[in-house]
Design a protein around this ligand. Structure first.
Ligand code: IMP
Ligand code: MG
Length: 176
């Protein structure tokens, strides 16, 4: 895997990921003390980040998942989103935190936020490991952000290219 020629520059090394995930967990634990926190992981990319983050939270917390497909090419989303797997949990009146691997154009997240807001949670916020500010097309509030990265296609730590490279312990740019 390490000599795979699709793996380009390292964007975020494993140690930096670890350090930042701990910081985010401390912030979230502080902000959600005494609340009714439900993390919603967006499959599949967010699973790796979510499981590391969740293990470091020291407030009561539940987890649920959604799977969405955004119509588009392998490296660009169109904003037209289809729900492949919906939540098991009812989120009405609860404190919902969406956990995403990456916010690129923001179109997928915009759809999710609108959809979940319609279910009347008590609060609804976003925690994204990575954002690409240069590519943002819609104005969204991302309350917790791990890292801002340049406009490169990222792989690793959950992020895939054609379903591969999710298992890298760091985030790298795809060499293309
Ligand atoms: P958006 O709708 O353009 O914000 O794209 C959101 C989704 O596209 C993310 O949840 C990822 O699944 C995927 N995506 C966007 N950029 C990247 C990237 O650089 N690497 C891997 N997946 C990406
Ligand atoms: Mg995704």
């Amino acid at each position: 895997m390490a000599d795979d020629d699709a793996i380009g520059d390292i964007l975020v090394p494993a140690q930096e990921l670890e350090r930042r995930v701990s910081e985010l967990a401390r912030e979230i634990s502080r902000d959600y003390e005494g609340r009714d926190l439900v993390l919603i992981g967006v499959l599949k990319g967010a699973v790796f980040f979510l499981s590391d983050l969740m293990r470091q939270l020291d407030v009561p917390v539940e987890v649920d998942f959604m799977a969405v497909a955004s119509y588009g090419s392998a490296t660009k989303s169109s904003g037209v989103v289809r729900i492949l797997k919906d939540l098991d949990a009812v989120i009405e009146g609860r404190d919902v935190l969406i956990v995403e691997d990456i916010v690129d154009s923001g179109l997928t997240l915009q759809y999710l936020l609108r959809n979940l807001a319609g279910r009347n949670p008590r609060s609804l916020e976003v925690c994204a490991l990575l954002i690409k500010p240069e590519r943002r097309k819609v104005d969204l509030r991302t309350r917790y952000v791990g890292f801002e990265i340049p406009n490169r296609f990222a792989i690793g730590y959950g992020l895939d290219y054609g379903e591969r490279y999710r298992n890298l312990s760091y985030v790298a740019a795809l060499k293309q």
